[in-house]
Design a protein around this ligand. Structure first.
Ligand SMILES: Cc1ncc(C[n+]2csc(CCOP(=O)(O)OP(=O)(O)O)c2C)c(N)n1
Length: 622
């Protein structure tokens, strides 16, 4: 069937039984491709029936459909003219794992970070009205994404504006792991009182089909009936109180029912509508249903066994999690905080061992930081583990709530640098830049796993302001260099040379060592000084001063070249003769692809960096 269904117009021609068949084929296709390239399997399988029903009723080029995060939209991608490219999912030069306006006219809004869909869809709705376009706009948001502050801000605005916005809640009771928070408890309560809602929808259905003359009287009576009797069976629907018409809960795998309700919404209802759809994460693939959290996002796997193909080594996240457990055993003031990323940040064991000192705050990075600030004012030592890219959300909280008050929280920024297949929305390309300009910040960059442990121990005992520690995704490396003492604002000299120095940030120390080896083969007379900077802030100015009479300084960092180590070192030497040449990430959004391919394409491998250094040295020697 997928052979002949190329676009949403083709979906519209299908009968209900054909739609069910289409959903089964979509699932098969998703499993086939993701088993080879990895990806967000469980979210996309869970949203497949919903996608089919949506496209049966709505026209995405007219109504516009905004997905939240976009990780659940693989079926949508396949049905919007991307089936022939679906095998290239998340690979360099292939289609993205999220929605992207530059990839397809069907993608109404670019996504990757959570909780943006209602805001964007509301903007589109208002723009349509200004442009005299009567079509509705649709936002699809998960229960996890609904825990994010932006979603509440948008609901608040939308309920007041009363425009034709349709919000579909894809409620599977899961974020990446189990969803948390009072709102999720509330959604579960709604499910429990399902019979109430069924009855209520019957009343609304009936009202819609009565002549206008009697409609008003019936609505008034129905409201009274609802207030007096039915509300005693169930909680008030919060979304109705916010100005939405609430429909649901609806079985998100019952395609005919969804088609009926979406048709009703399309033709009969105006103003903001909230449709509560209940789905099962991973639906249709046994392993993903049973272990939805593992199948949220993963690398290639074997379809028959559901097992990952690649063996994972010990990651930096695991080193962080293990060390924090150890530190928390010694110090009962230490707490761990994450924003819906317990597994990803390595805090699973901490959560089990210290349930009273662990807080998953939901997809609420801003809140996580200020919450930690509050804890710190009372002498608690919070470690906030957030991916580098998601901490972008909390910039003002870091500046205003933490740094300004010099509160000693520790921000553990995982996934710093290039992250690979998740692409531009997920690379940790900016943290050094967005933290560097903040007064009172201490910024540390471990060169390897052993140094990450040292830095966490240092941070646990540091009381003089906030600390950020940034480390990359993936397998933890140990450079097996002799361990030296860690002192605030002091770099580590790995090799003492003369005239040329390589200053490396964090794990680029490994590149510095590889480049040094290559250099000594081609230029045996040159011995460069190799420095592990350890701290971007405070910058080791005493050490920089000792390099004043050098000819060339090369800096390495897996961060944007604007605002990071290279910028700081270049501005320090601005009035000196020494020339600073910086290697890092360009002033561009880096796309998706394997980390190895991306580093190759953007010149960030040791041989490629060395080629440029060699050229510079050849020019000097000429
Ligand atoms: C700001 C931000 N923080 C964290 C994430 C990581 N993240 C991606 S999907 C997800 C869970 C989303 O849950 P839900 O919206 O319920 O969708 P589901 O996967 O269950 O369908 C999280 C935490 C993100 N994308 N953006």
């Amino acid at each position: 069937m997928l052979e002949k269904v190329k676009n949403p117009q083709d979906v519209k021609k299908l009968s209900i039984s054909e739609l069910n068949k289409l959903a089964a084929e979509l699932r098969k296709r998703i499993i086939e491709v993701t088993s080879k390239v990895g990806g967000h399997v469980a979210p996309s399988l869970g949203a497949t029936d919903l996608t089919v029903a949506l496209l049966k009723v709505f026209d995405p080029l007219k109504e516009r459909i905004v997905w939240d995060v976009g990780h659940q939209s693989y079926s949508y991608k396949i049905l919007t003219e991307r089936n022939d490219r679906f095998d290239t999912l998340r690979q360099f030069g292939g289609i993205s794992g999220f929605n992207n306006r530059s990839e397809s006219k069907y993608d109404a809004f670019g996504v990757g970070h959570s909780s943006t869909s209602i805001s964007a869809a509301l903007g589109i709705t208002v723009a349509k009205e200004i442009n005299k376009n009567p079509e509705k706009t649709i936002a699809i948001i998960g229960d996890g994404a609904l825990t994010g502050g932006m979603a509440f801000e948008a609901l608040n605005h939308a309920g007041n504006l009363q425009k034709d916005l349709v919000v579909i809640l894809n409620d599977n009771n899961m974020s990446i792991s189990k969803n948390v928070g009072a709102l999720q408890n509330y959604l579960t309560n709604i499910l429990v009182s399902r019979s109430y809602n069924t009855l209520r929808n019957l009343v609304w259905d009936f009202v819609q089909h009565t002549p206008a003359r009697v409609k008003r009287r019936i609505i008034l009576s129905a409201r009274k009936f609802e207030e007096n009797i039915i509300n005693t069976l169930a909680p008030n629907i919060i979304f109705e109180d916010l100005g939405f018409k609430y429909l649901g809960p609806i079985d998100g795998h019952d395609i005919p029912r969804m088609v009926r309700i979406f048709n009703k919404v399309k033709t009969n209802l105006t103003g903001p509508v909230f449709i509560h759809v209940v789905t099962q994460k991973g639906k249709g693939y046994d392993f993903a249903e049973k272990n939805a959290s593992n199948f949220h996002g993963l690398g290639p796997y074997e379809i028959r066994t559901g097992k990952c193909v690649k063996k994972k080594g010990i990651s930096y996240s695991k080193v962080f999690g293990d060390t924090l457990c150890k530190l928390a055993e010694e110090n009962n003031k230490i707490v761990g905080i994450t924003g819906a990323m317990t597994d990803g940040t390595g805090l699973t064991e901490f959560a089990q061992k210290f349930p009273d000192r662990f807080f998953d705050v939901g997809i609420a990075e801003q809140h996580s930081v200020t919450f930690a600030g509050g804890l710190a004012t009372e002498g608690i030592k919070p470690f906030v583990a957030v991916y580098s890219t998601f901490m972008q959300r909390a910039l003002d909280q870091v500046i205003h709530d933490i740094a300004l008050q010099k509160l000693p929280i520790v921000m553990c920024l995982d996934r710093a640098g290039i992250v690979g297949e998740d692409g531009a929305t997920h690379h940790g390309a900016f943290d050094l830049s967005y933290l560097n300009f903040i007064p009172n910040m201490t910024i540390m960059m471990p060169k390897d796993a052993a140094e990450l442990i040292q830095m966490l121990e240092f941070a646990a005992n540091y009381q003089d302001g906030p600390i950020a520690i940034r480390y990359p995704r993936g397998k933890a490396v140990n450079l097996e260099l002799p361990q030296t003492q860690l002192k605030l604002g002091k770099a580590e000299v790995i090799q003492k040379g003369e005239q040329f120095a390589i200053l490396a940030a964090g794990t680029t120390c490994q590149n510095a060592l590889e480049i040094t080896e290559m250099l000594q083969k081609d230029f045996p007379k040159i011995t460069p000084t190799v420095i592990n900077m350890r701290f971007l802030k405070p910058l080791d100015k005493q050490l920089l001063e000792s390099l004043n009479n050098y000819k060339y300084i090369f800096t390495l960092e897996e961060n944007s070249l604007i605002g990071g180590l290279g910028s700081s070192v270049a501005s320090y030497f601005a009035r000196q003769k020494v020339k600073v040449h910086s290697f890092g990430l360009p002033d561009k959004f880096i796309p998706h692809g394997s980390t190895a391919k991306l580093k190759e394409a953007y010149g960030f491998t040791s041989p490629k960096i060395y080629q440029q250094i060699k050229q510079i040295l050849n020019e000097i020697q000429d």
